[in-house]
Design a protein. Sequence first.
Length: 178
Amino acid sequence: MNTYLLEVAGVKRKLPIIKLNDNLSIASFVILGDTEIVCASAKEIVKKLPQIDVLITAEAKGIPLIFEISRLLNMKKYIVARKSLKPYMDSPLIDEVVSITTQKKQILVLDEHDSEYIKGKRVAIIDDVISTGESIQGIERLVKSAGGTVVAKAAILAEGSAAERDDIIFLEKLPLFE
């Protein structure tokens, strides 16, 4: 199996290169269960964030990272945009996106309580990897619909052309493979 050697926040990982389709392969970066990389990366992201009131991420891979960032910032709460509508959700805000990893349409949902919490606040969108930016854009639309202001978009890695963007904060570049 082909691998890509990544070093981020002083931590090294060998990432397997996974073929998504005939024209595209990615280095599979999964932070779920990797306490070392989550904690090291969160510490470095916190140093780069502007002043914020609220953190938000999409379900599910960003959750351990946003938890650690919120803990380091002594925040009492963070928001998770869910990927499905739940029965307990009253008046949810919904946005539709297509992610590079799922390669299909999916929804992002904010519960009414989370929308109210975001209203009038400075928000940082947090993710593990920004690639096409579709998920980040979907969350940004939800935040704006809820009345919040996005002041930062941050991730551990910027994949492919995302690394050329000047509107995101990231720690390292991750190439795409053909």
